[in-house]
Design a protein around this ligand. Structure first.
Ligand code: TYD
Ligand code: MG
Length: 462
């Protein structure tokens, strides 16, 4: 028997080291190194799974103008928000990695998509290494996803899965989850970096050869024993993050890599009694719906992908008893908030060092765009002065270190969304207003402001 080499591999990013390390020099995560035994390099295992298709076929270079590119056909997943993130549907032969924390709804989303694809007359093979067919059926009944072309199998041995794929030749392969698959010939434990990489590489090869689209689920894990989905992001065609706050019903689907579309689009879902439901009217979701004028709340229009979304930012400024003041932010950028606090201190005499500051975006969404700076400043100042922001007023603008307001991108789109949601006024950087050729034209009164002081004196009630 050949002696295999052992290596320590970071489960988060795949960094290899001959010694154990407490902290990964590559991705800075702590305690993520696990010992793995690597197979002998001379091992002629490669292409083993693919049978006859594994024989290396000769491909001749062709002139680029004669390359056939019409072959990319897309299949709708039947879920508009999912299609949007994929760039218009699932491309045949492509591999999509859907990653997210346990319990976020990955299995539910993928099962819904699998059902829709089966319903339109295609065979779908759903391989689960986590749940029994009975458990999958229970979920399928709950979300009404029963179809005779949806085949389920509880299997985690890679060779057996390859056989199932070759026998059933599905249009779509679902793997839930990639961390449960294993190749018995690899000495490391299932879930280790080498197993996860090998499983992905072999499935990729097989799916590309057969033209099968694959949806692969990957758990985001914090522990070192199980490889995170990041170690295989470079191998797949599309990487999608499914995220959201466990305590909120809504979920956001975001493409971070997409060989077949843009990575700007997001899909918004709500987890309901019968599975995930796409949310068309996202703005309604992230406004608290409380129309009373309360100090410490301001609304911004953020752009997510191609969609404008109105988000309510809330701030609470409370005097701190003693010790270091607290700075707690959720859903907004910590560093931008720190800069805004410093600007407010210099410009409007708000002295944050004596106060605890809490800032959050309603509904658990993340607004990290600089265009939301002005709303954060308004919410902070409004809470500090204990005076509400003008009713039915939205605010957009990036704040510079000198307290000046910088123009934001796509101001018209943002203002139009505010108008659609019934807002009457919008604080807008003067530079944006100057550039507008035909006004906003949407019935919203534009309050052009060039500095933070000006915005605060106009935007907060006296
Ligand atoms: P699941 O898809 O199993 O999450 P993941 O595969 O990402 O681990 O579902 C997660 C949660 O969603 C689970 O706690 C139950 C809940 N849920 C609903 O609220 N409604 C539903 O219709 C379904 C199927 C699940
Ligand atoms: Mg699951």
């Amino acid at each position: 028997m050949s002696r295999s080499k052992t290596l320590f591999v970071c489960s988060q990013c795949g960094h290899e080291s001959p010694r154990w390390l407490g902290r990964c020099p590559d991705c800075d995560s702590w305690n993520t190194f696990a010992e793995e035994r690597l197979p002998d390099k001379r091992d002629p295992r490669r292409l083993r799974l693919s049978g006859s298709a594994g024989q290396v076929e000769r491909k001749d270079p062709v002139s680029i103008d004669r390359v056939d590119s019409s072959g990319e056909s897309r299949r709708s997943t039947g879920i508009a928000e999912f299609d949007r993130v994929l760039g218009g549907g699932l491309v045949d032969g492509s591999m999509v990695l859907v990653s997210g924390e346990p319990g976020i709804g990955k299995s539910t989303l993928i099962l819904q998509a699998a059902h829709q694809i089966a319903r339109s007359g295609n065979t779908v093979l759903y391989v689960s290494g986590e749940e029994s067919p009975g458990q999958i059926k229970m979920r399928a009944q709950r979300i009404n996803a029963i179809d005779n072309r949806l085949l389920v199998v509880a299997e985690s041995n890679l060779a057996a899965i390859a056989d199932h794929i070759s026998e059933t030749t599905p249009s779509l392969l679902v793997v839930d989850s990639i961390q449960t698959l294993y190749d018995p010939e690899i000495p490391s434990a299932p879930g280790s970096v080498s197993q996860v990489r090998e499983a992905t590489a072999q499935l990729l090869l097989l799916c590309k050869q057969l033209g099968v689209a694959a949806l692969i689920i990957g758990h985001v894990t914090k522990s070192g024993a199980i490889a995170g989905p990041r170690v295989l992001e470079h191998m797949v065609d599309t990487v999608i993050y499914f995220e959201g706050d466990q305590s909120h019903a809504f979920r956001i689907l975001r493409a971070v890599k997409n060989r077949f579309g843009s990575t700007n689009e997001i899909g918004i879902f709500e987890m309901g009694e019968h599975g995930l439901v796409g949310v068309d009217d996202a703005s309604a979701m992230f406004l608290s719906g409380d129309n009373r004028s309360v100090p410490g709340s301001a609304v911004t229009a953020s752009i997510e992908g191609n969609r404008p979304i109105l988000v309510e930012v809330q701030a609470l400024v409370a005097s701190c008893g003693y010790g270091t003041p607290r700075r707690t932010v959720t859903g907004v950028d910590y560093n931008r908030t720190a800069i805004i606090l410093a600007v407010l201190e210099k410009r409007v005499g708000f002295c944050p060092s004596n106060y605890d500051v809490y800032v959050s975006a309603a509904g658990g969404v993340r607004v990290v765009e600089p265009a939301s700076d002005l709303a954060i400043a308004l919410a902070l100042a409004s809470s500090f002065r204990n005076k509400p922001v003008l009713p039915e007023t939205a605010a957009i603008g990036e704040i510079g270190l000198a307290g000046e307001l910088r123009a934001v991108s796509r101001a018209e789109t943002r203002i139009a969304e505010a108008a659609r949601m019934g807002f009457k006024r919008c604080l807008v950087p003067k530079r944006n207003v100057q550039k507008m050729t035909h006004g906003a034209g949407s019935g919203v009164e534009l309050l052009a402001v060039s500095t933070v002081e000006e915005a605060l004196s106009l935007g907060i009630e006296e």
